[in-house]
Design a protein around this ligand. Structure first.
Ligand code: ADP
Ligand code: ZN
Length: 806
């Protein structure tokens, strides 16, 4: 590549880096720098990436960079490389991966907009399409070119707009939107030399402010004045008389303001259990080696893994190295952040999607500036621009939320392992129920296994009672939601003043509404799914595309008057518990009740303050929270995942049951978990009731080996969308055929077939799998196939190492 050319990754799905010429008046940008480049008719923010070693660089008609947005690379080289690795491994475009690594509000972009010229404004002589275009512009002033063409609703619209442009009646421009910097600033008032002269006095409010400012050489912001009851107009008047000056200062939006009080964290170090001591010793030895290593901390729920992370983090900081801690759930992060903040003070930053864009942006820049030593965050924090990382912790490493469900479909844990390798760092994966992949790696000796088998203070694990719902249905009818043992336990525990958590991984009141006369059921017009009945809002709603209709009183098909409901979700569970225990304070937590940011904290706070007796909810409440007074956990149906055509269903059920029974009895009182199921003999359920991870692992591995599912083989899931089932299948078949032709004997292609959810949001979906042992060759074969069908790139979704194949 010539000296004045650069490779730029642009945020367009699947597109490789593009080469641009750097005009003489611009500096030559380094990798990690944001630049403004033309792509097609748009102007977008791209990232300079290292030139591809063997990439052919056309020297012909290259486009030019429009602008270099950062004086120094915004992304450290290490993060650029990590994002490019992610793009390559997960078969995504480099620009998509770099975008995922960036804080929000860092893209500057432009749209082509069209507006009237003077001539056009005065011109009344046009007819037809041209006339309508001018009228639209008189009405709207300026419109995006695309939008104008769409509004004209005519095949020849583009030609008409081009004609108006040629005749000088309209003009097209490309203003930039978005900003280079998205810092928040506030106005600040400071004394001038004139104002500092003690001889100068002012009357009343101005005099007060003058005195105040003489005591605060750094000045006061408008907010600080506000807090002291002084209006900003007073500052302005002082400034007008030259006694003070007003400027703007940047502030960091701090998500810690308003920390929730219910995370009482003791800062004094406590004595570790023997198992904790052993774990810290083993892992510290790995840390001291200052070389890449993976540790698996397999500790039962309540064994005190967090304390181990804290000690390790302190050791890493003693080595002058920084610490990255990844946690799964947004709902969990404030607790984790509060614990680390209590331990390490202000040098902690948090990164998760429940922060406002502004907060995330500011936290990102604090990290980039090196102002923090510890970052606690969810998935995307794996790309945090933290220099000199010595320790990475992935807590609850088995958790599905580490996998991103849009391109790039990366797994935060696996990217974290690569980051640790690149940085020569120790990475510790922690879980009570490690993912099969992870435990298998430990067994093969690739990861160092550290086990903590006992709970802190030797608190017993919760007793688990399995209820066979077949028997309950036979005795009390098939419409039973709460079994008799669960009802009795709820009554007993509440009578003793203890709290309960009741879990069901399904929202809504009923899962199906159908006509008793003709059998017609309410289905989503866009997706191959029935609508879920929500009684509170009196609506039937699709949980995929959110399409909703008011609940009908009559069958829309035959007019029949008897609409039946069947199946149930959390809303129904809540209603049943209220009916059973009319005096209990019952609260439900699921995506229907917790829309608002921060709403979950309010519920958790109320729970900790014992203002709630029974918490009903989906998996949001299954893990992580530590409520000492919860002595009963009810699982309404352990079968929600089982029976789905997904090879991880058993693993997910085992994890859920283990985690959920880990919620009970964390205080001094013993806990009880009641698990309702139709298949009490299922090995996932059996092993979970005994909290026997190893037993489960052996059985599940036998199943995975016999079916050649991960970790016994590698898997790539390819989903193809199309306007009709036939078109989706055709493209899928074509791609599958190309992959099959790849000269590699150990690659097997299964399918294509219609996806289990054959239609979502109006699009038809077909699916095929690539299985094999050599992931690299599988990726190469698929990459080649997709490049051959670049015309259809937008319709192809690729999931390497899928967590779910539905
Ligand atoms: P895990 O993440 O392994 O499920 P936690 O780290 O949440 O477990 O610890 C469980 C509980 O035990 C927490 O309330 C924690 O504060 C407490 N704990 C951890 N270590 C100790 C210790 N050495 N002594 C006393 N209590 C501890
Ligand atoms: Zn739908």
């Amino acid at each position: 590549m010539s000296a004045r050319h650069v490779s730029v990754a642009v945020p367009v799905p699947g597109l490789p880096p593009l080469t641009y010429r750097v005009p003489a008046h611009l500096p030559l940008p380094e990798p990690g720098t944001r630049v403004l480049v033309p792509v097609g008719t748009r102007t977008v923010t791209g990232w300079v990436v290292p030139p591809e070693p063997n990439g052919e660089q056309g020297t012909g008609n290259l486009k030019e960079l429009l602008e270099v947005l950062d004086p120094e690379p915004l992304l450290p080289r290490e993060i650029v490389d990590l994002a490019l690795w992610t793009a390559d491994y997960y078969l995504a475009g480099p620009g998509e991966a770099l975008a995922a690594a960036m804080p929000p509000q860092s893209a500057v972009f432009s749209r082509r907009v069209v507006s009237l010229t003077e001539v056009g404004r005065a011109n009344e002589l046009q007819v037809g399409l041209r006339r309508r275009a001018l009228d639209l512009l008189r009405e709207h002033d300026t419109l995006a070119v695309d939008s104008l063409i769409r509004r004209l609703e005519d095949r020849t619209a583009k030609g008409a707009v081009d004609g108006l442009l040629r005749d000088g009646l309209v003009a097209i421009s490309q203003p930039l939107e978005g900003r280079r910097e998205a810092f928040r600033s506030v106005a600040r008032v400071r004394l001038t030399a004139l104002g500092d002269d003690p001889a100068v006095t002012r009357p009343k409010r101005q005099g007060e402010l003058l005195a105040l400012l003489r005591g605060t050489p750094d000045g006061l912001t408008s907010r600080e004045l506000d807090a002291r009851g002084i209006g900003w107009d007073v500052a302005k008047r002082l400034a007008a008389s030259g006694l003070a000056a007003i400027d703007q200062v940047r502030i960091d939006r701090n998500p810690f303001n308003g920390d929730r009080p219910h995370f009482s964290v003791s800062a004094t170090p406590r004595a570790l259990t023997d198992e904790q001591v052993a774990a810290v010793e083993t892992l510290t030895a790995l840390l001291a080696a200052r070389a890449f290593a993976v540790g698996l901390l397999h500790g039962v729920t309540g064994s005190g893994k967090t304390e181990v992370y804290l000690r390790l983090a302190a050791r890493a900081m003693e080595q002058q190295r920084r610490v990255l801690i990844l946690v799964p759930e947004i709902a969990l992060t404030p607790a984790a952040a509060a614990i680390f903040r209590a331990a390490f003070g202000d040098r902690v930053a948090i990164q998760h999607s429940a922060l406002s864009d502004g907060e995330r942006h500011d936290q990102w820049h604090r990290i980039r500036r090196g102002d923090v030593d510890v970052v606690v965050g969810t998935r995307s924090a794996v790309f945090a621009p933290l220099p000199n990382v010595g320790l990475i912790v992935v807590d609850e490493e088995h958790d599905g939320s580490f996998k991103q469900d849009e391109s790039p479909r990366y797994h935060g844990r696996d990217v974290a392992i690569v980051r640790a390798r690149n940085a020569g760092a120790l990475i510790v994966l922690g879980s009570a129920t490690p993912a099969l992949e992870t435990f298998e790696n430990a067994r093969q000796g690739r990861y160092r296994l550290v086990t903590m088998a006992r709970r802190v203070m030797d608190r017993p694990l919760a007793a688990v009672q399995v209820v066979d719902m077949q028997g309950e249905f036979a005795e009390r009818g098939a419409d039973i939601v709460l079994s008799r043992p669960l009802e009795e336990a709820l009554k007993a525990h509440l009578a003793r003043g203890e709290q309960a958590v009741v879990l069901l991984n399904r929202r809504g009141f009923a899962t199906l509404m159908f006509c008793r006369q003709c059998g017609h059921s309410l289905e989503c017009p866009n997706c191959s799914l029935s609508l879920t009945i929500h009684k509170a809002t009196r609506r039937a709603r699709c949980h995929y595309c959110n399409h909703a209709v008011p609940l009908p009183n009559k069958c829309v098909k035959c007019g029949g008057e008897f609409m039946e409901q069947s199946g149930f979700g959390t809303e129904r569970v809540e209603a049943e518990i209220r009916a059973l225990l009319p005096d209990a304070r019952v609260t439900r937590v699921d995506r229907d009740t917790v829309r608002r940011r921060g709403a979950i904290s309010g519920v958790l706070e109320a729970m900790a303050a014992r203002k709630i007796d029974v918490l009903v909810g989906t998996q949001m409440i299954a893990k992580g929270h530590d409520f000492p007074e919860v002595t009963l956990v009810g699982v309404v149906s352990a079968d929600v995942g089982l029976g789905m055509p997904d090879f991880r269903a058993g693993e997910r059920t085992f994890q859920l049951l283990t985690q959920v029974s880990g919620r009970a009895g964390r205080g001094d009182k013993p806990g009880l978990a009641i698990v309702q199921t139709l298949v009490p003999k299922h090995y996932g359920i059996q092993h979970a009731t005994r909290q026997d991870y190893l037993g489960f692992f052996e059985d599940e591995m036998t199943f995975r080996r016999s079916m050649r599912y991960p970790p016994a083989a590698s898997l790539i899931n390819v989903v193809v969308r199309g306007p009709s089932a036939g078109e989706a299948m055709d493209l899928a078949a074509d791609l599958a055929k190309r992959v099959r032709q790849a000269p590699s004997p150990d690659i097997r292609v299964l399918g294509p077939a219609p996806a289990p959810l054959a239609r979502i949001k109006g699009e038809h979906r077909a699916q095929f799998f690539i299985k094999g042992t050599a992931r690299g060759r599988m990726r190469d074969a698929l990459r080649a196939a997709v490049e051959d069908r670049a015309d259809a790139r937008r319709r192809i979704s690729i999931d390497v190492d899928p967590l779910s194949v539905l």
